[in-house]
Design a protein. Structure first.
Lengths: 290, 332
């Protein structure tokens, strides 16, 4: 009898989701891209060994001309490849941390609004809408100019403008799940609200939230690049956005100094988005064939 | 008579609706003794489930509230008990089994873990001890191979198995009162009998008092010590099982009993052998006053019924019916 791979005993829901995720080609491609980017960021700087902040060569050096600077140099002679390698961790760290901030705020407010409903919901949702109607980029710019740009301010600033969609998603999930029979049963067992919210409903609401969080990471990376491009990031951190921003006046003299960080951002965000979509498909039961 | 474990006195529950407050429970009183089985019967929407939710302190907020009355659990009024105290009682002293075993278990945790949490919510015991009790209780509710089943997820179990797990969760802290809200309605007929037997067997082991809620008079009349029949938010007849079934005083109770199919009836069916039904539907609770809510559907009703204020009529020591025409009784 032929072996049927789909014929197997049921696994834990999470294991099942992982299996679906690992079988998704687009998500796997995204994961590989991300892995390459992260690996290059982690071991690249020490392997390449060129200081990204120092002038190491002649300015405006095009790529492939000098073996010492394979991707060329920018307008003050900083090595583009060194910038790319060292900008990776900064970019990914800021994007991930900002997304974390956004998701934490969003889940907390959305959970409370969705679970308690009524007045709590009204107040929290009006508050959310207040943040939603502010133009995000403008709001982030105001936050960045009010405070001295630093790593922390950048992360919190981006996090503060990114949370409303997560809050709305969390709220919708909680409104749906709070009426489930197993939530009622839990209450009949003597559980308190705090426990029901965080230990009973939240784990069930996690799949769409994880998928959404992955997409927030992608958008946060773009946001960081945008802010740095406008010169509002921390000038001491060489992120990809900062590379593009500092070279924007010389975009026609050394396009490579803008092009390569742009490609890096594009690939990273693409990777994050593919992984996010893959997680969504794997964990959203509607797309599961049962 | 022994001291009642639970005494519900003149309980009224209101729900706020757009067209004003609706009284969904009206002057409901009953008692429950240790080890006793009280059957609550009635059609959908008559207040059976609301009665059990009120006892659990789980009347849906903010739309519903207990308007008046007392719920005395061993002399302690649960209506006035603080939320903290209610959480201690729920699941430990008074437990509940819900109607839908398919959806009453959290899909992402193993059943063993869910039973373990029922223990940990109320008792401070070691991991190993919890595990032992989980396996033990799963065995007691008749789940084969409980050690393995404890590590399975709800979707791996059948409906009957899940209801057994629900019963295990409700009984693991050895409650004094078990409320079973239509515990067998969602199950196959063959499984229904097993589950009822299981509940009643465990009840005898632990001397647990059981409130069994069902719309099925057949089920209730077989297993209850006493029966309370509800209609439109009121307890319209209460009494020992035999008396309520054999000498029903309220026309609605008689209607429910007539609706039980008799499998032993043989021979040719005539028109008279058709299973009788109660004509009409449950009235809109918003339109009810203090007169008999069943009068519009009642074959015996006359003009006097439209003006008679509903009051319990005592037929004997334990048997009460809220019908003007209840034979020979005097208003209690």
């Amino acid at each position: 009898m032929a072996r049927d791979p789909a014929f197997h005993p049921p696994k834990a829901p999470f294991v099942e989701a992982m299996a679906i995720f690992l079988g998704n080609r687009a998500a796997m491609a995204g994961l590989i891209v991300l892995a390459v980017v992260i690996l290059a960021s982690l071991i690249g700087p020490s392997l390449y060994g060129v200081d990204p902040k120092a002038t190491v060569n002649a300015p405006f050096l095009p790529p492939m001309e000098d073996a010492a600077s394979p991707l060329g140099t920018d307008y003050i002679g900083r090595d583009v490849l060194a910038g790319l390698l060292s900008g990776g961790p900064a970019t990914i760290m800021i994007g991930t941390a900002a997304a974390l901030v956004a998701v934490l705020i969003g889940i907390t407010l959305g959970a409370l609004a969705g679970y308690y409903g009524g007045m709590t919901d009204t107040i929290l949702m009006r508050f959310t809408e207040f943040f939603q109607v502010l133009p995000a980029l403008l709001f982030a710019m105001v936050l960045m100019t009010l405070f001295t740009p630093s790593l922390r301010v950048t992360i919190i600033g981006i996090g503060l403008v990114m949370w409303p969609p997560t809050a709305r998603l969390a709220r919708a999930e909680f409104m749906k799940l709070r009426n489930m029979d197993y939530v009622r049963a839990e209450r009949a067992m003597g559980a308190r609200d705090r426990r029901i919210i965080w230990r009973v409903i939240l784990p069930n609401a996690m799949p769409p939230l994880i998928a959404a969080a992955a997409l927030v990471v992608g958008v946060s990376i773009l946001f960081e690049a945008g802010l740095s491009f406008l010169g509002l990031g921390d000038p001491n951190i060489r992120s990809w956005g900062e590379m593009i921003g500092s070279n924007r006046d010389y975009i026609f003299d050394c396009p490579w100094a803008v092009f390569f960080p742009g490609i890096a951002i594009f690939l990273t965000v693409l990777g994050v988005s593919l992984v996010g979509d893959g997680l969504n498909d794997a964990m959203n039961p509607r797309f599961r064939e049962r | 008579m022994t001291e009642p474990l639970l005494a519900v006195e003149n309980l009224c529950v209101d729900f706020a609706t757009r067209s004003g407050p609706v009284r969904v429970l009206n002057d409901v009183s009953f008692t429950l003794a240790p080890g006793e089985t009280l059957g609550i019967v009635g059609e959908s929407g008559c207040g059976k489930s609301m009665t059990s939710l009120a006892v659990m302190g789980l009347v849906p907020r903010p739309n519903g509230r207990i308007a008046s009355g007392r719920i005395l659990f061993r002399g302690e009024d649960l209506v006035r008990a603080p939320a903290r105290r209610m959480r201690q009682i729920r699941g430990a002293a008074i437990s509940m089994i819900f109607q839908e075993p398919m959806t009453s278990l959290n899909p992402i945790f193993t059943v063993g873990r869910q039973i373990a949490e029922a223990i940990r919510l109320h008792e401070d015991v070691s991991r190993a001890e919890v595990r032992n009790r989980v396996v033990d209780v799963l065995g007691r509710v008749g789940i084969p191979d409980p050690t393995r089943r404890a590590d399975e997820y709800p979707h791996q179990l059948s409906g009957g198995m899940r209801q057994r797990v629900m019963i295990a969760m409700a009984l693991v802290c050895r409650p004094q009162i078990l409320i079973a809200d239509e515990p067998t309605t969602a199950l196959d007929v063959t499984v229904q009998a097993q589950i009822l037997d299981l509940i009643l067997g465990l009840q005898q082991e632990e001397n647990t008092a059981v409130i069994l809620i069902s719309h099925d008079m057949g089920v209730i009349s077989q297993v209850s010590d006493r029966i309370m029949v509800m209609y439109a938010g009121r307890a319209i007849e209460k009494g020992p099982c035999r008396e309520v079934v054999e000498t029903s005083a309220h026309p609605y109770t008689r209607g429910l009993i007539a609706c039980i199919p008799d499998i032993e009836r043989t021979g040719r069916m005539t028109e008279a052998d058709r299973l009788p039904t109660i004509p009409g539907i449950v009235p809109d609770l918003r339109t009810l006053g203090e007169t008999c809510a069943f009068a519009p559907r009642c074959a015996l009703a006359d003009a006097g019924c439209d003006t008679w204020t509903v009051a319990p009529v005592r037929l004997d020591e334990a048997h009460v019916a809220a019908c003007r025409k209840a034979a020979g009784g005097a208003v209690a």
